[in-house]
Design a protein around this ligand. Structure first.
Ligand SMILES: [Ca+2]
Ligand SMILES: [Ca+2]
Length: 410
């Protein structure tokens, strides 16, 4: 490159910088026409687009292709649009059901000292928790009483009675835009929901916060597939329904600007997001996974611990981006068909933290998401020989977390 070219390149950069405030279709939709074909582009859904508007809201739009979308949608709405990204397929990691165990069925609840908090009359009452996941079986006897009913909606009449943009979201909502052929409901969402709030009056599973209310917000189809746009809509819906905590037991998002922007909006709204670290046995500080590695201040990322209080062999870890460990092997919870199952996974560890947050919030409704998070992170159990490869080195303890919160919020 000769000097002339370098100088003109520098000049261009200055021109761009000086025009930084002026929006164009390529500044709000930089992926379209991007010169490098990054790994992300291979997974893009070429006719679906995630749009973030200047007011912070998200929509998912369709068009024949990116050029037509740019011409017919982005250009006329340019002033109102903040950012556009291709929607993308996600393949959610499947959590395997495991066989019965010699461990006590509630070993995890005992390990984090949940019983000592229940004994104080703290059950997660009046705290809404969204399960942004696969199908949640609202007919399961241990889940039915714990579903946050949308009372402004009349079920099954094909009408959006409360005008929130979602038809018949009485028990919750599904944002699955590409259903799978698999008719058997995935057990994942119901298992996660039961760990958080299964009602012990109607079965053997003891939810960590047995009086919290669950908002089911489905975006994962029965085959474990989903899309980034559907996830964004499910997260946004959860916030609109008044969730204080969102459980995200999934990962593997490839390109993530819209997902990060969504998490940012949740942070602005004071919502705590609890994310599974993932099950690849990797250090996600070095090999980032999203949303696990976002490291936002409203986020707790969770590794999975064993009954003997070590890290499971398959849990992701990271002294930076993973914050705490929580029980994640041989976890009993609810699954569709009025039954229960044992499962392994950081997908199971995250809801232990979500349930813990719900307990804390019910004891101190005026607490902020930051205070709830700080109380949980400050109070982990760290014992010699059992230090976890996570930011706090420890495994959660809800009894100690409640004490810590009472110091923060007298
Ligand atoms: Ca509705
Ligand atoms: Ca309706």
């Amino acid at each position: 490159m000769d000097v002339q070219k370098i100088l003109s390149a520098v000049a261009c950069i200055f021109v761009l910088a000086s025009c930084g405030n002026k929006k164009s279709t390529s500044s709000v939709f930089p992926e379209n026409g991007a010169l490098d074909s990054s790994a992300c582009l291979g997974q893009a859904i070429q006719n679906k687009f995630i749009v973030q508007w200047e007011d912070g809201k998200f929509t998912v739009e369709s068009a024949a292709n990116a050029d037509e979308f740019t011409k017919d949608f982005v250009e006329p709405n340019l002033e109102q649009i903040r950012y556009v990204e291709f929607d993308r397929h996600l393949q959610i990691e499947k959590t395997n059901e495991v066989s019965a165990t010699a461990f006590a069925d509630s070993w995890g609840q005992d390990k984090i000292s949940a019983r000592n908090v229940w004994a104080q009359g703290v059950y997660g009452q009046n705290v809404k928790v969204a399960v942004v996941d696969a199908f949640v079986d609202h007919t399961h006897p241990q889940l039915a009483p714990r579903i946050a009913i949308n009372t402004g909606e009349i079920p099954d009449n094909g009408i959006d009675d409360d005008g929130n943009g979602v038809v018949d979201d009485y028990y919750g909502a599904s944002f699955v835009s590409v259903p799978s052929n698999n008719q058997t409901p995935s057990a994942h969402g119901s298992h996660v929901a039961g760990i958080i709030a299964a009602d012990p009056r109607y079965g053997t599973v003891e939810g960590v916060a047995p009086q919290a209310q669950i908002i089911p917000a489905q975006f994962i189809a029965n085959d474990g597939g989903g899309s980034l746009g559907d996830a964004v809509l499910a997260l946004q819906y959860s916030a609109s329904r008044g969730a204080k905590i969102i459980n995200a037991s999934w990962g593997g998002a490839p390109c993530v600007a819209s997902l990060r922007n969504t998490f940012q909006e949740l942070q602005n709204k004071g919502i705590l997001v609890v994310v599974a670290a993932g099950n690849d046995g990797r250090d996600i500080d070095v090999y980032p996974e999203f949303p696990a590695s976002f490291n936002l201040s409203n986020q707790i990322t969770v590794a999975a611990s064993t009954v003997s209080d070590f890290m499971t062999s398959w849990s992701n870890s990271g002294f930076g981006f993973v914050h705490v460990a929580a029980p994640g092997e041989r976890i009993l919870s609810t699954v569709p068909g009025n039954t229960t199952a044992y499962m392994d996974g950081t997908s199971m560890a995250a809801p232990f933290v979500t349930g813990t947050a719900a307990l804390l919030w019910s004891a101190r409704p005026q607490a902020t998401a930051q205070q709830i998070r700080t109380a949980i992170l400050q109070s982990v159990d760290v014992s010699a020989g059992h230090e976890f490869k996570v930011n706090t080195r420890g495994r959660i303890n809800v009894e100690r977390a409640l004490q810590a919160l009472k110091q923060l919020v007298p």
